[in-house]
Design a protein around this ligand. Structure first.
Ligand SMILES: NC(=O)c1ccc[n+]([C@@H]2O[C@H](COP(=O)([O-])OP(=O)(O)OC[C@H]3O[C@@H](n4cnc5c(N)ncnc54)[C@H](O)[C@@H]3O)[C@@H](O)[C@H]2O)c1
Length: 246
């Protein structure tokens, strides 16, 4: 029986690349996303490529929705071998002094709370399985900070503390928990924030001279999920062209 992977944010840019990469490793894959149309479209696209996905539409910041979704997945598949927490985003930018609390909470919830809830939903199962691995997506902004993005920086830094703590708690069961911190990844959404001139200029800050591709993040996830990383836990893999070295 093939291993089962759950990819949150699986309808988004990086999520789809992670799904495509894990499909090459023969995982059965369930995607979770709050965007119903995008989720259905991704299922249709992958079906044309010969990859069958299950899709559950859920707001992963909502405790009851996460519980019900994971209960349904576990009832159907019986196990979870890999959880990749990709869902999130920076959504709003404000000067620190003007940051509205509701926008702060939305960002913390979509990135940090959703990661917490999804990890918690598989913790007992993976402990009992004495197997399984989790990869959480953080960001280089967790290290560098980001002007007008205080909530996002805090949420993504919080994911790293969560990752290390859960790695410690699950290590006795042989379950590994790691993070990937992407730098600038060229997606349609990210690119749309910049003029051509701003884009070229800001890419000069990246030592390798160009932004990453979604596939670069997916490769890091696949490595951390693989047996090749069997002695790697509590770590953060940076995929940022050398912008931050840690
Ligand atoms: N693109 C980049 O340059 C970059 C860099 C560093 C980190 N990241 C992180 O990578 C992840 C994916 O980014 P992306 O570029 O693919 O963005 P994206 O917007 O294309 O994908 C994010 C997906 O998450 C889903 N989502 C958001 N909040 C949710 C919630 N509460 N419940 C369920 N689903 C939810 C969205 O519907 C979307 O499909 C995010 O966590 C982002 O912060 C991206």
């Amino acid at each position: 029986m093939n291993k089962l992977a759950i990819v949150t944010g699986g309808a988004g840019n990086i999520g789809q690349a992670v799904v495509a990469r894990l499909a090459k490793d023969n995982y059965r894959i369930v995607i979770l996303d709050m965007n119903p149309d995008a989720g259905k479209a991704v299922v249709g696209d992958f079906a044309k490529r010969g990859v069958d996905l299950d899709f559950h539409c859920a707001n992963l910041s909502d405790e009851a929705a996460v519980k019900a979704t994971f209960a349904a997945i576990i009832a159907k598949h019986g196990r979870v071998d890999l959880l990749v927490n990709v869902a999130g985003g920076s959504f709003y930018r404000h000067k620190f002094e003007d940051f509205p609390l509701d926008h702060w909470r939305t960002i913390i919830d979509a990135n940090l709370t959703a990661t917490f809830l999804c990890c918690r939903a598989v913790t007992v199962l993976m402990k009992n399985q004495k197997a399984g691995t989790i990869v959480n997506i953080s960001s280089d902004i967790a290290y560098s900070g980001g002007e007008n993005r205080s909530a996002y920086a805090a949420a993504k830094a919080g994911i790293l503390g969560l990752t290390r703590t859960l790695a410690l708690e699950l290590a006795p069961a042989g379950v590994r928990v790691n993070a990937v911190a992407p730098g600038r990844i060229e997606t349609t959404k990210v690119r749309s924030h910049y003029t051509d001139e701003e884009w070229t200029k800001s890419n000069e800050r990246i030592p390798l001279g160009h932004p990453g591709a979604v596939e670069d993040v997916a490769e890091a996830v696949a490595y951390l999920a693989s047996d090749g990383a069997k002695h790697v836990t509590g770590q953060t893999m940076h995929v940022n062209g050398g912008r931050i070295m840690h």
